[in-house]
Design a protein around this ligand. Structure first.
Ligand code: NAD
Length: 471
């Protein structure tokens, strides 16, 4: 994304904040403190090129709010990343954490590189050097600032970060909690990889169970048979598409940077991913029509999930969106001018700050696991199973009726780590949806995005007020 587009992104976040703030009545200065970014560290470092010579790399870490510690937010690798984009994303993290009651402040990091053009060795060198720079300036640590994956990064990079941090902190028992989104063998948690996409699915499902909202949109309840389009088949989009399909939706369009495909009869997400992995592109999928990448946004559908990048729906193209619900899987996929047009058209936008909070929610669970040094479910699973088995035996004895094997297994199954993670995530997304809807009912002129900001600002304001700051 160009510098001016991301300046637009920061402006959009600030405008959204101001819109919510206009509904609220807090002491002077408090809203300003909640809005501004507390600190940003910009740095440059040299990296040896493979063909010889050196390249100077630009990087950032922004810590938006320290009202709760540690602060938390992903690290983005992109040739277009810049300071305003990092600031916008850090602010969104503060509000996102507040919405889903994750007790962290917001942060974000970025390195201006194109990971597709670098070797694994170069990526490792850059990631380790970035971590060393953060360590020197106290911008990383399990109680300070805990990064996570974002656009262009994944478990591999998180693993390098954890290892580098540990080398600088020998003997620090909680060192592994300095970053989340790690592979399982490096202190990761089951369910983290899919968490953001799963959260998107839970959020869409909440909207499709909301009778008042459905009436406004003229949609029937439930996901079954709803037509969905997903843009971006990376971590967020691929899982969101899969869960939506498993939940009964018909995936009528899928888009990637090199092209898009459409089929009104539905696309099998797993088969499309396999096809792309084998051929290197999404086009040419059997039974589907190839269309230009951006055109997927304008397909006839009920739910559109932009899950790639910022500002893909703008003033210039929002008029062509046909979906009734736009579910923001990515951060900031709708620019302010695009948002205004969608609002005019009566489109329901489920805001990013809420909808893609599944990742940070499960990252929080991973951090808790790292600090407690024990896998969720390890202590109680067998005990729960034995108690349930005794209960089943007692009921069978009293009724004289024996259960079948499948029923018995289902009843006595003790919770594994992944069961607990997924149920914690489902509960979180459901509670947050209801809080946002309550805020909207309290301020009937607000849309869902403004209501989400209101819900977040209210919670952050309470932290400051109860601390005695801003009496
Ligand atoms: P990713 O790198 O795994 O996936 C992004 C995908 O989008 C890639 O497959 C890429 O090829 C594709 N893409 C790029 N440009 C495109 C275009 N013009 N049209 C269609 N597809 C395009 O990144 P991700 O982690 O899935 O993140 C995607 C978005 O979700 C970002 O905005 C990120 O900030 C946000 N997000 C991610 C997480 C997470 O847990 N990974 C959590 C919250 C929010």
């Amino acid at each position: 994304m160009s510098e001016s587009q991301s300046q637009g992104f920061l402006d959009t976040v600030n405008q959204n904040f101001d819109a919510a703030a206009s509904f609220l009545d807090y002491p002077p200065g408090l809203l300003d403190q909640i809005k501004v970014c507390n600190s940003v560290y910009k740095f440059r470092f040299p990296v040896r090129r493979e063909g010889g010579g050196y390249e100077v790399i630009e990087a950032w870490r922004a810590e938006h709010s320290h009202h709760k510690l540690p602060v938390k937010g992903g690290i983005r690798y992109s040739p277009d990343v810049n300071e305003d984009e990092v600031l916008a994303l850090a602010a969104l993290m503060t509000f996102k954490c507040a919405i889903v009651d994750v007790p962290f402040g917001g942060a974000k990091g970025g390195i201006k590189i194109d990971p597709r053009k670098l070797s694994v060795e170069q990526l490792e060198r850059i990631t380790r050097r970035y971590t060393a720079e953060l360590t020197k300036k106290n911008f990383i640590g399990p109680g300070i600032d805990v990064p996570a994956p974002d656009y262009g990064t994944g478990p591999r990079e998180m693993s390098w970060i954890a290892d580098t941090y540990a080398q600088f902190h020998p003997g620090e028992i909680d060192a592994i909690g300095c970053v989340t989104g790690k592979p399982l063998s490096q202190g990761g948690i089951r369910g983290r990889k899919e968490a953001t996409g799963r959260g998107v699915f839970f959020g869409v499902r909440e909207a499709l169970a909301d009778a008042e909202l459905l009436k406004e949109l003229g949609l029937s309840a439930g996901l079954a048979g709803k037509r969905a389009v997903v843009q971006g088949l990376g971590n967020v989009g691929s899982h969101a598409a899969r869960f939506l399909q498993e939940g009964g939706a018909l995936i009528v369009g899928l888009s990637e940077w090199e092209g898009a495909i459409a089929n009104p009869k539905g696309l099998d997400v797993a088969a499309v991913l396999k096809h792309r992995a084998a051929t290197g592109k999404i086009s040419g999928f059997p039974g589907a029509t190839d269309i230009p990448s951006e055109d997927a946004l304008f397909l006839d559908c009920d739910i559109l999930v932009p899950a790639a990048l910022e500002n893909v729906i703008r003033g210039s193209n929002a008029g062509r969106v046909k979906a009734k619900i736009v579910a923001e899987g990515a951060n900031g996929p709708i620019a302010a001018d695009g948002d205004a047009i969608l609002k005019q058209k009566g489109v329901c936008v489920i805001p990013d700050m809420y909808l893609n909070a599944g990742g940070v929610t499960v990252s929080y669970f991973e951090w808790l696991k790292n600090l407690s040094h024990v896998r969720f479910g390890r202590m109680e699973k067998r005990f729960e199973e034995m108690s349930a088995a005794r209960m089943v035996k007692t009921i069978e004895g009293a009724t004289g009726k024996a259960l079948g094997d499948t029923e018995r297994k289902l009843l006595i199954h003790g919770a594994e780590e992944e069961d607990l993670v997924n149920s914690g995530l489902e509960e979180t997304m459901s509670v947050a949806w209801n809080q946002i809807r309550d805020a909207q009912r309290k301020h009937p002129k607000s849309d869902l995005r403004t209501a989400a900001f209101i819900s977040a600002i209210d919670k952050i304001a309470v932290s400051y007020l109860e601390l005695g700051i801003f009496p």
